[in-house]
Write a protein that binds this ligand. Structure first.
Ligand SMILES: CC(C)(COP(=O)(O)OP(=O)(O)OC[C@H]1O[C@@H](n2cnc3c(N)ncnc32)[C@H](O)[C@@H]1OP(=O)(O)O)[C@@H](O)C(=O)NCCC(=O)NCCS
Length: 111
């Protein structure tokens, strides 16, 4: 996250963010909304910003990895127009290197 900070987009007051997203190429890569801001529309605002950014970068179909069983996130993605494409093994960053992890791969056509 420290290395990626210039590309992190946040929502909320300076010093007290309510949430953030991070895009990596055509991937909606990291997404988090603070517990007190869940269910308020903050997630939708961040998602709209992310989709506009991806589209402006020329991405036609964006993708994201959702932890298998993260039902709240999956419900949010589906109501935001994302589609579950398949279960896929992705190399996931950890402090000791890449770890292959099966995830739900979601996709959304933006163009
Ligand atoms: C994922 C996240 C950004 C979504 O934001 P949010 O504000 O919680 O999203 P919303 O409340 O708008 O939508 C969540 C939906 O899931 C539903 N939901 C809540 N708990 C649920 C559960 N345990 N199982 C299934 N659905 C659930 C909500 O009712 C809502 O659906 P509805 O609008 O049809 O009622 C946020 O929950 C979050 O930051 N979670 C922790 C980090 C995380 O999981 N990030 C995503 C990594 S892939």
């Amino acid at each position: 996250m420290r290395a990626a900070l210039p590309r992190v987009r946040t929502l909320g007051p300076v010093g007290a963010p309510l949430g953030f997203h991070l895009i990596k190429d055509d991937e909606f890569y990291q997404f988090y909304v603070a517990a007190e801001a869940r269910g308020t529309g903050a997630a939708a605002a961040l998602m709209a910003d992310a989709e506009a950014t991806l589209a402006a970068q020329g991405v036609e179909t964006a993708w994201l990895a959702c932890a298998i069983g993260n039902a709240r996130a999956a419900r949010f993605y589906e109501k935001s127009g994302w589609t579950l494409a398949r279960v896929e093994g992705v190399p996931t960053e950890t402090s000791s290197g890449l770890f292959p992890l099966d995830v739900w791969r979601y996709e959304k056509r933006l163009a």
